[in-house]
Design a protein around this ligand. Sequence first.
Ligand SMILES: [Zn+2]
Length: 192
Amino acid sequence: MTVAVKETRKLVAHEKLLIDVIKRQAGTLKKAILEGTMNSVEAGATEIDINFLAEKRIVDVLSYLGCWDGRKIRIGVSDVAAAWTDGSSFIALDRSWLKSFTLTSVGSVLGLFTTLCHEMAHDTDTAGTHNHGPEFYEKYYEITKKGSWQNPLHHVYKFSEKMDKERIETKRIQEETKEKDLQESLVAASSS
Ligand SMILES: [Zn+2]
């Protein structure tokens, strides 16, 4: 008799994959965003969400905190899990799960951090079905009770603060670029 086994796979893209694909197809990141935006307008979009900037910001800020026991924070795609780990070198966060977050809400940030603590408590691969035995709970308790910077929960405030700073900085750069483009077009218009 053949028994059907349902297998769930989770994929993690290499951090350089996206930029590599973009560079091959569009040349530069700026051009890729422009093309993406133009395509969306042509397709009748009334709103365009350039999300990978937000995603990158989350990964950058989390990595900056350096409290993940040497595991790299990555973005992945899974339709069954919000996060998973190989037990030692990385913790992946599901792209659409992250997108559902309102990172200005304390609840969302705590949800993100407790999920990361959950993955930290696993020292084996959690990409497939996995156990949550007494050892797991002990480790989770240990991680969240540590009285030092190694405890991710100690960084919740720092994370929110840094995310705010980065958001403001990105906005400032965007506005500067907009102003520069406007000035350039004015110069071009006046010289023609
Ligand atoms: Zn688990």
